[in-house]
Design a protein around this ligand. Structure first.
Ligand code: MN
Length: 271
């Protein structure tokens, strides 16, 4: 079993070393991660600059640092090491609950793996818990065992509270959040702004946030398809547009020319 370990806190974070060491009990481990912290970078990729991949020293682990985002590191890591079985990302120092899933580079590293056909999992622990990594080790081990034994779990977001009582499956507590812009002055007196995010109060029972509030380890299976299938069905009936004509009068398989034209139109080439 080949386990690629990445993160968004940067390759020298104590969290990634702890995760990689826990993973060594399950197979061959290689660490490939951003050379500096890239938290909240989401699934950004570096599309207009070259990337480097350089060996580095992390305890006794095989490790490579990448001058890019978590998604870059995972793409490069999978490319450089064939037949990767699973990508695990973390241990992020700070939970990734509900809304955070959208911004998280930790979760994005796992999503990137799934986009490349490899299973992915993201693991987050409380911020400022780097002194408690040892006490969480048994739980990290149990989480990894659960994931590895269940190949149907393609993409999972995991959050571990400080003193877990056990583990449970949850759904994401995605709600509108309280996003504030805070303005201040830079040293030259110019206006600058910080975007700060606070979760709205009150998480529903059975959600990731609720589980962690109650000291349960939260495991949320995720999927990449963002389509709202319930709403899709409803609007197709209530407001059919031209969909039925389109389905009736168009080929099931687009012509090679059409496929090529659309690919060219979505290419990110700066001309
Ligand atoms: Mn982070």
């Amino acid at each position: 079993m080949r386990i690629l370990v990445s993160n968004d806190d940067g390759i020298y974070s104590p969290g990634i070393a702890a995760l990689a060491e826990a993973a060594t009990d399950f197979g061959e481990v290689r660490v490939v991660a951003p050379d500096v912290e890239r938290s909240s970078s989401g699934q950004a990729i570096t599309a207009s600059a070259p990337l480097s991949y350089r060996a580095t020293k992390i305890r006794d682990l095989t490790a490579f640092r990448v001058n890019g985002t978590p998604a870059d590191a995972v793409a490069l890591g999978i490319h450089m090491w064939s037949a990767v079985d699973i990508v695990v990302s973390g241990l992020n120092l700070g939970f990734n609950l509900g809304n955070s899933i959208w911004h998280s580079g930790t979760v994005a590293a796992a999503k990137q793996a799934v986009l490349l056909g490899v299973r992915g999992a993201a693991l987050s622990i409380p911020a400022e818990s780097d002194q408690e990594l040892e006490s969480l080790k048994t739980w990290v081990h149990r989480v990894l065992r659960t994931l590895i034994d269940e190949p149907a779990l393609r993409l999972v977001n995991i959050n571990l509270p400080r003193s877990p009582r056990g583990m449970m499956w949850t759904r994401a507590s995605v709600r509108q959040y309280d996003g504030h812009i805070v303005s201040m002055k830079d040293p030259k007196g110019r206006d600058v702004y910080w975007f700060t995010v606070t979760a709205l109060e009150g998480a529903d029972k059975g959600t990731d946030r609720w589980a962690v509030e109650q000291n349960w380890i939260s495991l949320t299976p995720l999927q990449l398809d963002l389509t709202d299938h319930t709403l899709l069905k409803a609007v197709e009936e209530r407001l059919p547009l031209d969909g039925s004509i389109a389905l009736k009068t168009s080929e099931s398989q687009s012509s090679p020319q059409a496929v090529k034209a659309v690919r060219e139109q979505e290419a990110h080439s700066a001309k």
